[in-house]
Design a protein around this ligand. Sequence first.
Ligand code: MLT
Length: 248
Amino acid sequence: LQVTTVPTWQSAPEETFEGASAVVFDVLRATTTIAYALAAGARAVLPVDGPDAARRLRAAHPDWILGGEVAFRAPPDFDLGNSPTQYTKAAVADRTVLLATTNGTRALVAARGAARVYAAGLVNARATAEALPPELPVVLVASGTVGMPSLEDLLGAGAVLAHLMLLHDEVAGDTLSRIALETFQATRAHLPDVLYGSENGRRLVEAGFGDDVAAAARLDGVPVVVELQAGEPLTLAKSDPGGFRAPI
Ligand code: MLT
């Protein structure tokens, strides 16, 4: 299995995704929030590449929930922000959620040309690794923060890669994949501390969203597989795990 890791979503030319499974990580917080929303029973989460595009879609579908952030906070006309724990059963069960965030939902839109597209965080790393089709190369997209790499997204990539190595006899990772893997292995016993100490973790604490960091650090705590469906608008839904299993 061939695995490539890209350090920001902007650094992956479109051809990177051709014929591959793309796994997009925005651990703090978008892809973690998406996992929480679908685990809470949201029908679908629609990743959108900006608040205005989300507003336009919502104008056409007033029953859809509008969520996301600009500079960490929900704009006043949004129903929900980008905190994973806001996406409770009471808030989102059986609802369609539009999500517009600074990096994560844009990264998902950018990866749309891949053969398969998954949204993952630490919370669903193992479930995602188990669902990846073994016949396709894998591109791990550590979304990063406005064009710069983020520690927590590389840790997410490392977590998926660690599980892939348990599932497959031969995994060939590029150098950044090795870095992500080694970093994850070295820190997996104290992920909450590492996330709180990361640049984005500290920014979130300063903005009053410290609990979101703990919610994102729950390794395999929200074991849903989140996959992009065919068609327009872009739609993420829970997909049955049941993909590839290592022979016993
Ligand atoms: C993003 O998409 O850039 C992040 O999820 C931002 C945030 O933490 O709200």
